[in-house]
Design a protein around this ligand. Structure first.
Ligand SMILES: NC(=O)c1ccc[n+]([C@@H]2O[C@H](COP(=O)([O-])OP(=O)(O)OC[C@H]3O[C@@H](n4cnc5c(N)ncnc54)[C@H](O)[C@@H]3O)[C@@H](O)[C@H]2O)c1
Length: 259
């Protein structure tokens, strides 16, 4: 098992890539805190893990609240006896518009792509230090590597995440804390539907969201969207000791879209 004896946190873990990661990390031997706004779905992920013989804990709450973003670290460490990794996966597409931008949506994007990630990281570093090192992983996007005409605000946030990761990696490298970020292309999850259906992304809000998803994913070099498990596989590698000499990396998992 590739994460035997490790203890970790996955945010936005009740759905999509986060859920796939939590299930995969637990199968590889990690005890996992499943953090999400949606208590019922988080509990379902925990049940799936425990039924398969793994260890997990559901922590339900809103990561836009600083106290919750911080408290997930202490609650995980006291439940399982320490902390070895965090996958800060939570994020939000934000507004598609620049002209006529909805500032409440902008604030939500800042909160979920940047603010909560910083608060959780602040709380996690001392715990990782106590274990003599560990891994911090983040989620940016293909739009965090190249500009997206449909999403200048989202690109700003995700370029920000990539910048944070590169800088933090240099700061923490001598403490054996590795810091990396996965940059997914389009992934078949509920958030992809949110992304393509925002007003302004292709004119007015589309009626047939699945048709827009099909058209958008057909533009990927592979002609398809990724499955959440394909991103979880990359996350597993970056968290595991197999990536022991890899830090400060923004890994595209995008079917060649940014090649
Ligand atoms: N799906 C894609 O195509 C895609 C592509 C690139 C990057 N991303 C990034 O991946 C991450 C999540 O995407 P996904 O597709 O796995 O999502 P998803 O839609 O499958 O799941 C998102 C989860 O986040 C939870 N959540 C939302 N707001 C929250 C809050 N305030 N506090 C706690 N939990 C909250 C939801 O309850 C949900 O379970 C984001 O960072 C997103 O920017 C997604």
């Amino acid at each position: 098992m590739r994460l035997a004896g490790k203890i970790g946190i996955v945010t936005a873990a009740a759905s999509g890539m986060g859920r796939a990661g939590a299930l995969r990390f637990a199968r590889e031997g990690a005890a996992v805190a499943v953090v999400d706004l949606d208590d019922e779905k988080a509990q379902a992920v925990v049940q799936e893990i425990t039924r398969a013989g793994g260890k997990a804990l559901a922590l339900a709450g809103d990561l836009r609240r600083d106290d919750f973003a911080r408290e997930i670290v202490g609650r995980t460490a006291s439940a399982f006896g320490g902390l070895d990794f965090v996958w800060n996966h939570v994020g939000h597409p934000g507004p598609a518009a620049v002209e006529g931008v909805d500032m409440a949506e902008f604030e939500r994007a800042v909160d979920l792509n940047l603010r909560t990630v910083l608060v959780t990281t602040d709380a996690a570093i001392p715990e990782l230090r106590r274990r003599g090192g560990g891994a911090l992983l983040y989620t940016a996007s293909q739009s965090g590597i190249q500009g997206s005409a449909y999403s200048p605000v989202y690109s700003a946030m995700k370029f920000g995440v990539v910048g944070f990761v590169r800088a933090l990696a240099k700061r923490l490298v001598r403490e054996k804390i590795r810091v990396n970020v996965v940059c997914p292309g389009m992934v078949d999850t509920p958030m992809l539907r949110v992304f393509v259906s925002r007003p302004d992304s292709a004119g007015p809000r589309p009626n047939d969201i699945e048709a827009v998803v099909q058209q958008s994913t057909a533009l990927n070099p592979t002609g398809r969207a990724a499955q959440p498990e394909e991103i979880a596989n990359a996350a597993l590698f970056l968290i595991s000791d197999e990536a022991s000499f890899i830090t400060g990396v923004a890994l595209p998992v995008d079917g060649g879209a940014t090649a």
